[in-house]
Design a protein around this ligand. Structure first.
Ligand code: ADP
Ligand code: MG
Length: 160
């Protein structure tokens, strides 16, 4: 079907309260599709289930019901994540590393061949405007620079 994201009739309920009552669904019957190349804003008031939906999409937690697919692969399979990048609200990374060490680490996780790594890393650092800061530990970066490193890791190594 060639969809980047496909969510159909997603329902998620978090466990039980102490008295044995089932919680209200955190996500109730969500259906949406995103096509390749489309920019999609996923907006809504606090508590409507955006983060929960993202967590299911990224395979961090299971759906209670419904279909969730990334590029036609069920989001429960780790292979689905080979074709996507993810930039969380807060950048989590090993801040004692330099940006090059960090991106090399991600490149290895994504099994980018050694011969290709340097070229890919240099390209993505130029894209996010960080090529000048290569020798510094990430902990010395400003928040904005750390976000740019996060953006670099999110978009550089997916196999799309
Ligand atoms: N770990 C959790 N355990 C139980 N309930 C949760 C948990 N995380 C979120 N919720 C509940 O699920 C609903 C949706 O939360 P969330 O997905 O974080 O919403 P949003 O990101 O749209 O603000 C809320 O009612 C929230 O209280
Ligand atoms: Mg949220």
């Amino acid at each position: 079907m060639n969809l980047a994201i496909e969510i159909r009739k997603l329902c998620v309920t978090y466990g039980r309260h102490g008295r044995g009552q089932l919680n209200q669904p955190a996500v109730n019957n969500l259906t949406l599709v995103v096509r390749p190349g489309e920019v999609f804003g996923f907006l809504g008031p606090n508590g409507v289930g955006k983060t929960t939906s993202m967590n299911v999409l990224l395979g961090f937690m299971p759906a209670t019901e419904g279909i969730v697919r990334l590029f036609d692969v069920d989001a429960r399979h780790s292979v689905a994540r080979q074709r996507i990048g993810y930039l969380p609200e807060m950048t989590y990374c090993c801040k004692f590393m330099t940006e090059e060490e960090l991106l090399c680490f991600y490149a290895r996780i994504f099994r980018i061949p050694r011969a290709e790594r340097s070229r890919r890393i240099a390209g993505v650092l130029t894209l996010v405007g960080l090529e000048q800061a290569g020798w510094r530990q990430i902990k010395t970066y400003s928040k904005g620079m750390q976000q740019r490193i996060g953006l670099a890791q999110a978009q550089s190594f997916s196999t799309c």
